[in-house]
Design a protein around this ligand. Structure first.
Ligand code: GLU
Length: 472
């Protein structure tokens, strides 16, 4: 078998799902193809010389607008990759019911090779090229962070849009993932990793599914290997180890892998990487050939870095029973088949990493409503809760019952929900609901052999309905 491109790989997987659905060939093709890809080459004068950069913005599906998806900064960004990622965004948005079509952007650049003020000039110039073609626009195309970009770049893009559209009152909604001080939302930075945690928690609520992955019990004590300690991998590893009692036995990074079967301290490791540029030297066993550690025995494998890391050549050596795709496209179509034949359960990317776009949706709504979530109701909720607690206390006193509410209950019950709590609640609900939709299809049909195919059936079904309603 030959490895195919990322875009072909996504298309192969979606085609497989489509073959199990009742859709006309024409509609299948319409859903599968990427509507458009804009390529721009622009020059920026830096360090006394003109440097030419190549950037892309692909729009996969406009069955709903705006279209949504991140902007990636990496040297290997190319059209095939951006189109594959845009497609995944369409399927992802439909799956978690965010009212968007799919898009993705990328800039061929090594972000570490430039100083922050140089990156700002490059980003603003790229943004200018996209904005003037409505490829950044609150009602048409709303980018977000992806690999190599974060809040800082999003703040520059938002500011650039506002400079070019001074009377657009909804300007802040042209991009998500902004810093809270520039119209962002609490909980967006942690959102993708938090979504991975919620996805696993939901998976472990279903005994049938746990058994399918040849596991028992809960997340507590599960041995997890994480590939990539970037924004997504870091937050997922942190929450799973600190809150669910899972043990992170290995972390793979650019310079190799670090192993500790007793569990790595993620906060300490993150700080160590920030200081030393890699994992080498951190307490534990260092392995220079990081990729080989993907094959190490564990319960759950979390590829959280980039596409294509589990491929035809290493798939049959993967020991994990459960893989959760925190990155986009970490398992190639060929590897997917090998793993399925081995009985490995894969929680697919379009679901597993949808926490980011889900909270982006909340941010976009916040920007359009011009008010922070919880601002109107928080104190009213606290007042009502307080009334009840006081009344209970009075009843107890009046009847000589001598009841006292525990401090823990009082504190939790009396605290009104702020933006962060509401965002987490909305994200948790989204991840639970989406997983339930996937597993329902998976368990109801004998011809659906993976959670990925089930997820595609759910999301393609919704996109198809949307096109059909429009009369296409
Ligand atoms: N880049 C992220 C993703 O791949 C987030 C996209 C967004 O928030 O629009 O899902």
């Amino acid at each position: 078998m030959k490895e195919i491109s990322f875009r072909e790989s996504v298309n192969l997987m979606v085609t497989k799902a489509m073959s199990l659905m009742d859709l006309s060939p024409g509609l299948q093709e319409k859903i599968r193809v990427c509507n458009s890809t804009y390529t721009v080459r622009f020059g920026v004068k830096l360090r006394g010389e003109i440097h030419t950069f190549t950037g892309y913005r692909s729009v996969h599906s406009e069955h709903m607008e705006p279209v949504k998806g991140g902007i990636r900064y990496a040297l290997n960004v190319n059209q095939d990759e951006v189109e594959a990622l845009a497609g995944l965004m369409s399927y992802k948005c439909a799956l978690v019911e965010t009212p968007f079509g799919g898009s993705k952007g990328g800039l061929c650049i090594d972000p570490n090779a430039w100083e922050p003020d140089e990156l700002e000039r490059i980003t603003r110039r790229f943004a200018y090229e996209l904005i003037k073609r409505d490829l950044v626009n609150p009602s048409q195309n709303v980018p977000a962070p992806d690999m190599g970009t974060g809040e800082r770049e999003m703040a520059w893009i938002a500011d650039q849009y506002k400079r070019m559209n001074t009377t657009d009152i909804n300007g802040a909604a042209c991009v998500t993932g902004k810093p809270v001080s520039a119209g962002g939302i609490h909980g967006r930075t942690e959102a993708t990793g938090r979504g991975v945690q919620y996805a696993l928690q939901e998976f472990f609520r279903h005994p049938e599914d746990i058994e399918m992955a040849k596991l028992v019990g809960t997340l507590k004590g599960k041995r997890i290997i994480v590939q990539g300690l970037g924004n997504v991998g870091y937050h997922a590893a942190k929450f799973l180890s600190e809150q669910d009692g899972s043990i992170i036995t290995a972390v793979l990074e650019r310079d190799g892998a670090i192993i500790d079967d007793d569990g790595l301290n993620i906060e300490e490791l993150k700080a160590y990487i920030a200081k030393n540029g890699g994992v080498k030297g951190f307490k534990g066993t260092y392995v220079e050939d990081g990729a080989s550690v993907l094959e190490k025995d564990c319960d759950i494998l979390i590829p959280a870095a980039m596409e294509g890391v589990i491929h035809l050549k290493n798939a049959d050596r993967i020991s994990a029973n459960l893989i959760i795709e925190a990155a986009n496209g970490p398992v190639t179509a060929g590897a997917d088949e090998i793993l399925r034949d081995k009985g490995v359960v894969i929680i697919p990317d379009m679901y597993a990493n949808a926490g980011g776009v889900t909270v982006s949706y909340f941010e976009w709504v916040k920007n359009l409503s011009h008010i922070r979530f919880g601002r109107m109701q928080r104190r009213a909720e606290e007042m009502r809760a307080n009334l009840l607690v006081e009344e209970l206390q009075n009843l107890s006193n009046d009847n000589g019952l001598n009841w006292t509410l525990s401090d823990n209950f009082r504190n939790l019950y009396l605290k009104g929900e702020g933006e962060l709590e509401l965002v987490r609640s909305g994200l948790d609900d989204t991840m639970r609901t989406a997983y339930q939709a996937i597993r329902e299809v998976y368990h109801a049909r004998d011809d659906v052999d993976s959670l990925r195919t089930a997820a595609f059936i759910v999301s393609v079904g919704r996109i198809a309905t949307s096109y059909q309603t429009k009369g296409l």
